[in-house]
Design a protein around this ligand. Sequence first.
Ligand SMILES: Cc1ncc(COP(=O)(O)O)c(C=O)c1O
Length: 392
Amino acid sequence: MYDELKVPPRILLGPGPTIANPRVLKAMTTPMLGYLDVDFVQIMNNTVELLREVYGTKNKLTFPVSGTGTSGMEASLANIIEPGDAVMVGINGYFGGRIADIAERCGAVVTPIEAEWGEIIKPEQIAEACEKVSPKLIAIVHGETSTGILQPLEDIIDIAHRYDALFLADCVTSLGGQPVDVDERGIDIAYSCTQKCLAGPPGLSPVSFSDRVVDAIRKRKTRIQSFYLDVTLLEEYWTGDTRKYHHTVSMSLIYALREALRIIQEEGLSERYKRHELNADALIAGAEAIGLEPAATEDYRLPMLTTLRIPDGIDDATLRKRLLQDYSIEIGGGLGIFAGKAWRIGLMGDAANEQNVLLVLNAIEKLLIEYGYGVKAGTAVSAAAAVYHNAS
Ligand SMILES: Cc1ncc(COP(=O)(O)O)c(C=O)c1O
């Protein structure tokens, strides 16, 4: 016999999942309802309304896809791409690469627009490429979790629309942490996840498709290859007066998402964005005070995920293992070319708070000193504390 399930109380400061709010966990214990029960449909409607608020959109086709962030990525690409379509993908990190991979699997001819990891994709690069190919879709990662870059979108969206292309933004890390503003910016396709700045459990991928996208999907010449992710079928379950079964959604995850979004509504979006920014500023001040250099270029840093270059002579895995063992803190290791070279510290959702910033800085500093890194004890925490003092 196995014992009753018990997990250690981790402080999740990695790239996600982040700590789920206790109210969200409680909502998950609500009893099941039938997938077409009138009361459940009401809960679905509430969830969609709340999602529209956080996305800043009136898009009718806004709903959570079953599956993690990658399911929203796959749904977005599979519905819009037909074999042979030209698609431009910004690749300045791991997840841009994943978009390109899935787009190719959908039959797209992909033009990669590349930048160094830790740098942004420049609008001029897109404009130049649009002179040579006419893309149906331009796709960019808004918050690149592998590098800690927050990609400016406005100019690239203008270019996309000037060349009559649809614009897709991966908002997996940005939604709920920084403004996405789908309608104001003119984003045509956005997808996200529930386990990062929405501070819920993993398992759903909220998507939002503009009317231009819906129109483009209706004009497809070929059938959408995926049944599970076909938004023309999912639309009949998620919107409209009469609902049609498509697949059995996870009630528990939808209860959780609804509660997570209610918490966001209570806090207010601008307050929430400011909170993420303040805590990232304090984290970076503390890290820089002990010589840890952010890997993302200044001015474009993603407040919810900070990448720090690992100093020479410090072993990545050993330090992260000690953080987990001694402090119960999880931070992320580097992905792709940053593996072993950068740490990824996530301050997402509820986890973006002063307590966590001071705790993780103190823990990292203490371990670095133990491993022979020359720095005076208390330096990181006092630099971070100064940021909080100045802000109050
Ligand atoms: C920017 C970005 N896009 C896509 C994904 C994939 O999301 P998931 O792991 O939830 O499938 C991630 C995951 O970390 C991400 O950070």
